[in-house]
Design a protein around this ligand. Structure first.
Ligand code: FAD
Length: 367
């Protein structure tokens, strides 16, 4: 085992992790960025989720669009330019109980004064034939898990599309896609939706959305040249199958944030997204910051991931400069363990004693 001691350690090389690396490397903090090696079964690729897509048309600065892998190669080159150190390893264990935080991989023990978590989230898939990424299936060639990302692509415009799912994500994706599609068939396994009432109402009132109930998608059909041409559906009560022509299939059965490593050590919501203060990227553990999809169930876009990656780097820098960082509870914490109360009236010292946060009151107390 080799031991590494670093001031800033970043986990994940998607848009969030690499942006955090660019900022902290430029601030001379010599960040170490660790990312999992390529692993098809566990859906990991250095560069993150954009490595499995083709056209990215909504990342600012590329008026003609850019291929996902090309965009991530450019991010990485920029992070390298300022001296980011890269390590391709799976983090298998973390101990956040004291600083330096300790991370373990198969070959290394890494001690980190600050930790930036950018491990992203993974879309849930059905695991059916035709769904895998090109060339094994039609993933990226008519199959998608992100309507905001792929819906406006020319191949889906004025075409009949399929959305699979019954929760809020599926309603949102279906409603969004009606801006472009001639019709959206929403395929759901049950006869009721899990989505919130307001989302259901919106979808029910949309004349372009048709619901196909009690039905599962068995297979996605198509040709490499044309992409997706249809789906094979099965009614789950009668077992009757039929083919439904479609130009695209959007799988909207939810996302899983990659946070298993941190369970029991960081505050998370019921799905497993890491809770941050939102006005900063601080988690409930001072010195640990989270950015990108791992803490964002709402936007999940490359540009928002990059934006919060920038915030995380600036937060870590501030923390290492002994300045207070805003915590999820509204209080502020310094590296030394001083807590400034949310109302800014008092400072709680690491030994538990409380002093006023007002210089005049403090001076009077001392007299
Ligand atoms: C098919 C597809 C198309 C998309 N198209 C667009 C688009 O056109 N425009 C857009 O804005 N957004 C798009 N998105 C969404 C966008 O990709 C994500 O919002 C963005 O990648 C999130 O960035 P991130 O840095 O938070 O995480 P990710 O990109 O998910 O990166 C996380 C990284 O962390 C690593 N990791 C996880 N766990 C560990 C561990 N234990 N040890 C080491 N490393 C670990 C992973 O290997 C991965 O590389 C698309 C997503 C998909 C799936």
């Amino acid at each position: 085992m080799r031991t590494l001691d670093r001031e800033v350690v970043i986990i994940g090389s998607g848009p969030a992790g690499l942006t955090a690396a660019i900022y902290s490397a430029r601030a001379n903090l010599k960040p170490l960025l660790i990312d999992a090696p390529p692993d098809a079964a566990r859906q990991t690729t250095p560069g993150g989720q954009l490595m499995i897509t083709t056209d990215v048309e909504n990342y600012p600065g590329f008026p003609e669009g850019i291929q996902g892998p090309d965009l991530m190669a450019a991010f990485r080159k920029q992070a390298e330019r300022f001296g980011t150190e890269f390590l391709e390893e799976w983090i298998t264990e973390v101990d956040l109980s004291e600083r330096p935080f300790q991370l373990q991989t198969a070959d290394y023990v890494i001690n980190a004064q600050t930790l930036i978590i950018a491990t992203g989230a993974s879309a849930k898939w059905l695991g059916i034939p035709g769904e895998a990424k090109v060339p094994k299936g039609f993933g990226g060639n008519g199959v998608s898990a992100c309507a905001t990302c792929d819906g406006p692509l020319p191949g889906f415009r004025n075409k009949d599309l399929v959305v699979v799912g019954g929760g809020d994500t599926a309603m949102e994706e279906a409603t969004f896609l009606t801006r472009y599609a001639s019709k959206v068939n929403l395929v759901h396994r049950r006869d009721k939706l899990r989505a919130s009432k307001i989302m259901q109402d919106k979808a029910f009132q949309n004349p372009k959305i048709e619901f196909i109930w009690n039905t599962g998608v068995q297979e996605i059909l198509g040709e490499p040249e044309t992409g997706v041409t249809g789906v094979r559906l099965r009614h789950l009560h009668t077992n009757k199958e039929h083919l439904l022509p479609t130009a695209g299939v959007f799988i909207a059965i939810g996302h899983k944030p990659n946070t298993d490593l941190f369970k029991g050590q960081l505050d998370m919501d019921e799905v497993g997204y890491i809770k941050t203060s939102h006005r900063s990227t601080a988690t409930n553990v001072p010195g640990v910051f989270a950015c990108g999809d791992v803490q964002d169930a709402t936007y999940r876009q490359a540009v928002t991931a990059a934006g919060t990656g920038c915030m995380a780097a600036l937060d870590a820098e501030r923390f290492l400069d002994h300045l207070p960082v805003l915590m999820p509870g509204g209080d502020e914490v310094t590296m030394e363990g001083e807590h400034i109360t949310a109302d800014h009236q008092a400072i709680i010292e690491p030994d538990g004693s409380m002093v006023s946060n007002h210089p005049e009151t403090l001076a009077a107390q001392k007299k």
